[in-house]
Design a binder for this molecule. Structure first.
Ligand code: SF4
Length: 439
């Protein structure tokens, strides 16, 4: 008789890189007889893949762990693990504060998860938050599990050397490391064989990519051009980029590589040079604006996306107005904006905060402007013909939903299977999506 698979429940917080890491952890544990399930009830192992970006991230993880206590009491064999950036930042403290946790694993050590699980099953506590010399990717299963949809993430780079004053990534994910070209190509080909037609290349600072290929070092543009040669791979995207790493070759690729989609997430965070300097961003507002001009010269219809932090320590009304002016000048199709909140251990955490009411007011003003721009960019699509990759059935009968080249959600009434790549004419713009008809 074969043994029934053990059940693994993974709860993922945060960014797409964590989504990718959770998939890899599930694959690694698949080799140990685990099968991923959608609910923690009845699981043999629960893993929280955590994110440190949000305010009070560690406290939220401790309170989430508390919710699993009845499950652990009912089933003492249940193993509970904490992974991701909070695991990296808190380390042993998690085992001390929450004794029902059996293992803690940092983002660079996922390949050791099966070993740590065995250690925990043998009755010990397992902890690994090292930054090992070898890359975890080299030790994870090389063939991705069958995908359910036509799009996939593929991590090509991790960590960051930029040390922005507000960010924990250089501390939790470590120094910038790039995966070798050949491994990325193998993984991409495997995904395409399974029906994936669009790949988003991921990295905390993805355009700093510098992967080895024989005796050469490839930048992101060269990697994208090589990926574009894979038959059956129709769309390529990448996120998240730093303005300082947008080199000429990558800008040119936006103009000459048809498979590279016309959408670019390029965070600037502030439009004030004084604040950019305090953030340690290494560029000015003017540098950023000129960069966007060069990108638009290469690909005039590119949709720009960004991130903003409002109320960074010592931000004045004048600094904030410089941010508003930059937004007016660039014109974004999509944006993420947040009120500053400090992260323990970062340089900015030591600095005096802006009055919270003032910061709230600025955030509202910025978001009103960004929402107007986002809506205008969507409305401008009406009447245009766009490519749409169908992802799933829509909520209404006969309806399907997909993503346009510019990453807008598009609804259509059409008899199309997920994975169909079609041309559609946009007929309507709703607050968060477009409607179109098949061309
Ligand atoms: S470039 Fe991005 S990941 Fe790196 S420190 Fe700055 S915000 Fe964090």
């Amino acid at each position: 008789m074969t043994e029934a698979p053990k059940k693994l429940y993974i709860k993922t917080y945060g960014c797409q890189m964590n989504v990718y890491d959770s998939e890899r952890m599930a694959e690694a544990m698949g080799g140990q007889g685990y099968e991923q399930v959608d609910s923690p009830e009845g699981a043999d192992m629960i893993l929280l893949n955590t994110c440190h970006i949000r305010e009070k991230a560690a406290e939220k993880v401790y309170s989430e762990l508390g919710r699993y206590k009845p499950l652990k009491v009912a089933n003492p064999d249940l193993k509970i693990g904490v992974a991701g950036c909070v695991a990296q930042a808190e380390g042993e403290e998690i085992l001390r504060r929450q004794p029902m946790v059996d293992l803690v694993v940092g983002p660079q050590s996922y390949h050791r998860l099966p070993e740590l699980e065995r250690q925990a099953r043998a009755g010990g506590k397992a902890l690994d938050t090292d930054f090992p010399e070898e890359m975890k990717f080299d030790h994870l299963p090389q063939r991705p599990k069958p995908k359910r949809g036509p799009t996939a993430f593929l991590t090509v780079q991790e960590g960051c050397d930029k040390f922005c004053a507000f960010c924990v990534v250089p501390y939790t994910r470590g120094a910038e490391v790039s995966r070798p070209v050949s491994r990325i190509l193998r993984e991409a080909e495997g995904l395409v064989e399974q029906g994936v037609r669009e790949i988003t290349l991921l990295g905390q600072n993805v355009n700093a990519y510098h992967g080895e290929e024989g005796s050469e070092t490839w930048g992101l543009a060269r990697l994208i051009r090589r990926l574009a040669e894979i038959d059956g791979l129709d769309r390529i995207r990448f996120t998240t980029s730093h303005p300082r790493d947008m080199d000429d070759d990558l800008i040119a690729a936006h103009g000459d590589c048809d498979k590279l989609m016309p959408y670019l997430h390029l965070p600037v965070q502030s439009g004030s040079d004084r604040i950019l300097k305090r953030m340690n961003r290494g560029h000015t507002a003017e540098d950023y604006i000129r960069l966007v001009e060069r990108i638009r010269a290469a690909r005039p219809d590119i949709l720009m996306s960004g991130d903003f932090i409002v109320g960074f320590p010592e931000e004045t009304e004048e600094d904030f107005l410089a941010t508003m002016a930059l937004v007016e000048e660039v014109g974004y199709g999509q944006c993420f904006s947040f009120k500053y909140s400090s992260r323990p251990g970062t340089p900015a955490a030591e600095r005096p905060l802006v009055d919270p009411a003032e910061a709230d007011d600025r955030l509202q003003r910025l978001q009103a402007l960004l929402t107007r721009q986002q809506r205008a960019a969507q409305d401008a699509m009406v009447g245009r013909e766009v490519g749409v990759l169908v992802e799933k059935a829509g909520r209404l009968p006969g309806q399907v939903v997909g993503k346009s080249d510019h990453l807008h959600a598009v609804h259509m009434v059409a008899n199309l299977a997920p994975g169909s790549l079609v041309r559609a004419r946009i007929t309507e713009s709703a607050p968060n999506s477009l409607a179109g008809t098949l061309v």
